[in-house]
Design a protein around this ligand. Sequence first.
Ligand code: SF4
Ligand code: SF4
Length: 157
Amino acid sequence: MSSDPIERNSLQPRFWEKKPLSKLSRKEWEALCDGCGKCCLNKLEDEDTGEVALTRVACRLLDDESCRCTHYENRHQFVPDCIVLSPDNLDSHAYWMPRTCAYRLLWEGRGLYDWHPLISGRAETVHEAGVSVRGMTVSEFDTPEEDWEDHIIEEPQ
Ligand code: SF4
Ligand code: SF4
């Protein structure tokens, strides 16, 4: 079992069910991320319908094995438009977030899945459940934007 790169110890059990997202501490907010890596995939948005399709074409900084950003702290030097998600901007971003993303699920008033590390107690369960991007991405360096449509992936609802 690999260790969890996200700090999730010493948190109140099921804290996300007891207070609104706007009242979470920084540590609680960060702990909600399941580590799936799907928000680091490129999306295609239909200008007319607003529909968003997720592709398996990954951001240049994503590590396909750990599903983590390789330069998280200084990522904006390389990817200036990478979003810093917060309770304040979730309303405007939730629509494009992956359907299994914990932030989107809670924003929609839904619960977390059993494979979420906060429930399973293990970071690996997101990979075991097949929900993460581990081993399934292609690089945006090798994939011209006109081909992204060929790499659209389906997500669980
Ligand atoms: S999609 Fe959501 S849960 Fe998954 S890595 Fe991104 S922020 Fe975390
Ligand atoms: S810069 Fe890092 S956090 Fe932002 S999308 Fe790319 S891999 Fe993800």
